[in-house]
Design a protein around this ligand. Sequence first.
Ligand SMILES: C[S@@+](CC[C@H](N)C(=O)[O-])C[C@H]1O[C@@H](n2cnc3c(N)ncnc32)[C@H](O)[C@@H]1O
Length: 425
Amino acid sequence: MTTIDGSQPQPHGGISSRCVREQALMAGRLADPALLDQAVEIKLGKDEAADTCLAVPLGGHRVAGEVTVSGWSQALHVLLALDGRPGFPDVRDGALQGSPIDAPRTVRWGLGTRLEEPSQRAQMWGYHEAGVRAYVVEQTREDARVPVTPMPEMPASPTVARIHDLLIGGGKDSYQADRQFVACLPHDDAQALSLTAVINRMHLPGVVAHLTAQGIDQFLDLGCGMQSTHGMPRKNSPTEALHAIVARYRDNARVVYADHDRRLLGSFNIWAEGHPLEPEWVQGDIRYMEQFLSSGRVQYLLDWSRPIGVLLHDVLPWIDNDKTVTTALAVLREQLPPGSALSVTHAADLGENRMMRFTAAFRKAGIAFKPRDAAAIQALFGDWPLEPPGLVPTHRWHPGHPHAELAPHMAGALAGLAFKPENNP
Ligand SMILES: C[S@@+](CC[C@H](N)C(=O)[O-])C[C@H]1O[C@@H](n2cnc3c(N)ncnc32)[C@H](O)[C@@H]1O
């Protein structure tokens, strides 16, 4: 058995009592107890004393597995520990839509079918006959419930994702630090920043309409941000999620969200679970594009033999190193299959809307922010030809944008979209 703390393999220490219990239980029920040799003990917190749980890989008759933990924070430890690990395909959080963040959550891997019958579930987990019977008895007991210990969240500094959600009218998950950041901006600046964020979000439906019309049915939203969790966002509102928009055009599309901020996974699960498109969330850092794209989960979730629509909406300004951005985009362009699309929105100084004026305020809050000029933004597409109307203020890209009538400078950003030419290897 291996012991894991988050994503870092650790030298094997003492096994927690929960883990010992689970190991004994599985040893008595698995048709192939040798699977326990490859089982993983996962630490469910950063503290020395954090509890651990046991994850057993697939093999033989075992075609699915799961562990139940108390809250999304613990689930995150499990997801990060198992992501891309042999024997744990398609690791996912199975929380129901609307589940509170501190409610118990089950992380699953392998076969996706949810079986109601306890005996069928136990067979799917690779239990032998007596093990199946024991599980069925356990499930029919009155007290067959998992104990819950809510995990407190103590956010001290503002984050781009939460500020952005606040600016577009969400903000249910914002904290004092995020609200304070916005409150400290001069009133007109706060309004201007909010408008740029709304214009950016309302660009999404036009992009999706264009991409789906061109046959794109796989979407990778890099730097996807936070989605407000206060009820279901209204259609055509800035808080409407990508997968909800895509679903208007395709009922079988694949939508994969990625962000480097792992704290977003909890809110993602709340609003995405149960949606027919079954969108997925992957932790990924654009600065390490090569590692991200080659990770098992990204390779597994998307079909790399067909075109993929990649969205980089208002994410690159938050990476201030030009070389890092240039390299990441070069890797992305090279690895995407021909016919794939790249949709970018990027903060830029337009006329009197000097987005650069926000750089110092963000820096003070520990957040890098770098608007770029049109030439630098255009270069992100390499030699891919831009679709009409080219690189333009975001609300002028699609004629259906609800703010298309506003003056160009109010977007505070430029938008462009390009397809990878078919003859471009
Ligand atoms: C302003 S939000 C944009 C959200 C969304 N794309 C949209 O258009 O509404 C920027 C997002 O980029 C994410 N981000 C910043 N740097 C990143 C990086 N290096 N890799 C991945 N995501 C990043 C932030 O966590 C944040 O969620």
